[in-house]
Design a protein around this ligand. Structure first.
Ligand SMILES: Cc1cc2nc3c(=O)[nH]c(=O)nc-3n(C[C@H](O)[C@H](O)[C@H](O)COP(=O)(O)OP(=O)(O)OC[C@H]3O[C@@H](n4cnc5c(N)ncnc54)[C@H](O)[C@@H]3O)c2cc1C
Length: 306
């Protein structure tokens, strides 16, 4: 756990959040504490509580657009460099600070099926549960039995999957103060070789369609796909509507759409978070004008935007 010094509070003396988001955008915060374990998390929350210091929580920063002005609060980053996973039969207990792709890789090594859809998705298990991350029509919420939730005072309680109301890229946890500390997931036995081959296939597919987030600043799909209006319809890709509306060649300042995928915004040198948001506004306006459809943001905003 990095050190928290109450004396440094009240001014944005902390690091620029650009260092901790895959968009590589965002101004300073009051201070930042990285916690890998539940104990570290609890201690950080207690210290901040004693200092009367407000905080916001982030995981891998892969679904965030942080404002250029930064965040007027302390940031707790619940993130572990190494996977924290325990197996009991077909069930896994995982600390939410674990990288989602580390968890997906663990299931392959252990011959457990059910989370292969999460292969290659950046960020943590905690962030994935809050936003019900997934791909190919499957998502992490399908495997969640329960979570350990922590409130802002450090109190813990178990919540079952039913209470979490998972839906497409959403859960009851979004926009609450609840912190996902750990989760219990139920998988089924799978063939290790078949899972390994599928993992390679998905990694290759993602590499061919998405920008490499380790090199190119992005937060993946900016807008959610469009929900069907009846059970007979399928969810429609926001990227298709954006492409038809001519969004593939759009740019505002240092923000532009990715050449292979109109729903992905990438940040070039000198890009500001405000450029990204303005580009997103213009993209959504084009789709509204051409199709009368409202696009909804998948990427979450942190900090003040005009
Ligand atoms: C190249 C690229 C490809 C992507 N592909 C996909 C994809 O295929 N499918 C998909 O679903 N997503 C995809 N994403 C988006 C992103 O990876 C997921 O949304 C991811 O689950 C976010 O996790 P995170 O830890 O980075 O969350 P963050 O970005 O750090 O946070 C997102 C939100 O979750 C909250 N949060 C984070 N951790 C916790 C916690 N422990 N408890 C409570 N709240 C928490 C934060 O407060 C914030 O509101 C992609 C992103 C990139 C950059």
């Amino acid at each position: 756990m990095s050190e928290y010094r109450p004396g440094a509070a009240r001014r944005k003396m902390g690091p620029r959040l650009a260092e901790f988001t895959t968009f590589r955008l965002g101004g300073p915060c009051r201070g930042l504490t990285t916690c890998a374990t539940r104990l570290e998390l609890r201690r950080a929350i207690e210290q901040l509580g004693e200092a009367g210091e407000p905080f916001v929580l982030m995981g891998g920063g892969s679904n965030l657009l942080v404002s250029d002005a930064g965040v007027d609060a302390h940031v707790i980053r619940y993130f572990s460099e190494k996977p924290l996973i325990a197996r009991a039969g077909n069930d896994l207990s995982v600390q939410a600070s674990t990288r989602l792709d580390d968890l997906a890789a663990y299931t392959v090594l252990n011959g457990l099926d059910g989370l292969i859809c999460c292969t290659g998705i950046p960020g943590t298990v905690g962030g994935a549960i809050v936003g019900n991350a997934g791909a190919f029509g499957e998502q992490i919420g399908d495997r969640v039995v329960s979570i350990t939730a922590m409130d802002r005072s450090g109190n813990e309680r178990e919540m079952t999957a039913d209470e979490l109301s998972f839906g497409y890229r959403r859960s009851a946890l979004a926009d609450t103060d609840i912190i996902v500390v750990a989760a219990r997931l139920r998988l089924r036995p799978g063939d290790r070789e078949r899972l390994r081959a599928r993992r390679q296939e998905i990694l290759a597919l993602r590499a061919s369609k998405h920008p490499d987030w380790q090199r190119i600043p992005t937060a993946g799909s900016f807008f959610k796909n469009i929900e069907p209006t009846s059970s007979a319809e399928r969810r429609q890709a926001a990227g298709w509507f954006l492409e038809q509306a001519g969004a593939k060649s759009m740019r505002v300042g240092g923000a532009r759409t990715f050449e292979k995928h109109a729903n992905i915004i990438i940040a070039e040198r000198g890009c500001k978070a405000a450029d990204v948001l303005e580009l997103a506004r213009q993209m959504a306006a084009r789709v509204k004008e051409k199709f009368g459809i409202d696009l909804h943001r998948e990427v979450r905003l942190l900090g003040a935007f005009e």
